[in-house]
Ligand binder design. Structure first.
Ligand SMILES: [Zn+2]
Length: 407
């Protein structure tokens, strides 16, 4: 039996009216709009027969069916958004999960394992990213909670208290891995690959990790006219030399899944007639394979220092952040792939280049994700879209996977 795509579409349409502005959707975590969306979702989950509770970290959780004491087969995503967002990032995963469970229930089958829908709090990082799933996976610390502020300086603890939560209790949301059998999240791809290859679903085998550096190259600022080219210590030329090596470094030491981005550059003193004495830039490196990331970290470090020495610069590296790469469960990836084949559904096993709640759930239970194509590869924008046919295919696959795991 197929999922009811019209019912799912109505839910998507209704949720996308909550937090609507002229620029898109804005439902930052623990805002009034987020609360309104949460209340609506809780009502929908109850109507679908789920036993619903909201945990100490603000995750909305609802279970249905299964034998008492059995670990749950879980699905879910998030309904908070970035500012001026589209209507599918996160919301589609939650509503496709809800529709899958409704549809399973309508089949009248007896499940061994309960199925659970989770809407994680603050995935988008108003207060630091993936607060809800990190709390569930036990990856959040007291310091994280107490120190979390948004860009306007509002504290997570204050916002939670305003919404009726006890900010001292957030860590109690930590879950025992014994309570879960598996977690499968449906999400829009947020990239161009599936659409370009004209494949309706992706099966995610790993979620990207990354490290981010701020690199400072120091040379000497000097007169642009009187300093001969051979006597300069030009920090920008250092960046150019380093950046021109990135492609060959990735070819030699990276994989197809490797990414390197220099997304921000500042030159000092920043004047047309002065040789730039200082260049400050960011280097962000991603891969789904932690070994590759570790290797690239060493190679980039060495390459920067070799270049600097050769042209008389000094280099200092300030690590800004690092997230470990997360492999998905090979068994769950295989199971999703097998079911897709049975449904004669073309699929692509692929990495996720974006962060998701799944990477935290993977710490406590076998996890994978199902991607559906993003039209134009666009996300975090009101132009975010996925065809209804692809949503239907992805949701039918999700339902079958949950059902097979829960039987
Ligand atoms: Zn998302």
């Amino acid at each position: 039996m197929s999922v009811n795509i019209q019912r799912l579409k109505e839910d998507i349409d209704t949720l996308s009216t909550i937090g609507r502005t002229i620029y898109g959707l804005s439902r930052p975590a623990f805002s009034d709009e987020d609360k309104q969306a949460s209340d609506w979702l809780i009502q929908k989950m109850k109507e679908a027969g789920l036993e619903v509770h909201v945990d100490e970290a603000g995750n909305i959780r609802g279970r249905w069916g299964g034998e008492a004491g059995k670990p749950a087969v879980a699905t879910g995503s998030h309904i908070d958004t970035v500012n001026n967002a589209g209507h599918l990032d996160g919301a589609l995963g939650v509503l496709a999960g809800l529709e899958s469970i409704r549809s399973i229930r309508e089949e009248g089958v007896e499940l061994t394992h309960p199925v659970e829908l989770i809407s994680f709090s603050d995935e988008e990082g108003r207060f630091g990213s993936m607060v809800g799933s990190r709390a569930m996976a036990g990856l959040l610390t007291k310091e994280d909670v107490e120190g979390a502020v948004d860009v306007n300086g509002e504290k997570l603890t204050d916002c939670m208290a305003k919404n009726g939560f006890d900010p001292d209790g957030v860590l109690k949301a930590k879950e025992n891995s014994k309570n879960f059998k598996a977690f499968v999240e449906l999400h829009i791809e947020q990239g161009p690959v599936l659409e370009q290859k004209q494949i309706p679903v992706g099966v995610v085998d790993g979620i990207t990790g990354l490290f981010k550096w701020q690199v400072t190259l120091n040379g000497q600022a000097n007169h642009a006219g009187t300093t001969p080219m051979s006597m300069r210590r030009d920090s920008f030329q250092g960046l150019v030399k380093f950046a021109s090596r990135i492609d060959s470094i990735l070819k030699e030491h990276g994989k197809e899944s490797s990414r390197t981005t220099i997304g921000s550059v500042q030159l000092y003193p920043g004047s047309p007639n002065v040789v730039p004495g200082q260049c400050v830039f960011t280097l962000e490196v991603r891969d789904t394979d932690q070994e590759v990331l570790d290797r690239l970290e060493k190679v980039y470090y060495k390459s920067l220092h070799e270049m600097a020495e050769k042209i008389g610069l000094t280099v200092s590296i300030n690590p800004l952040s690092a997230i470990q790469a997360t492999p998905c469960s090979p068994e769950i990836v295989q199971q999703i792939s097998d079911i897709a084949e049975k449904q004669k559904l073309d699929y692509l096993v692929m990495p996720s280049g974006a962060a998701h709640d799944s990477q935290n759930m993977a710490k406590i239970t076998p996890t994978s994700m199902i991607f559906v194509p993003s039209i134009g590869g666009v996300s975090h924008s009101p132009d975010e879209a996925t065809s209804l046919q692809d949503i239907e295919k992805g949701t039918n696959l999700l339902k079958s996977v949950l059902l097979e795991l829960a039987l």
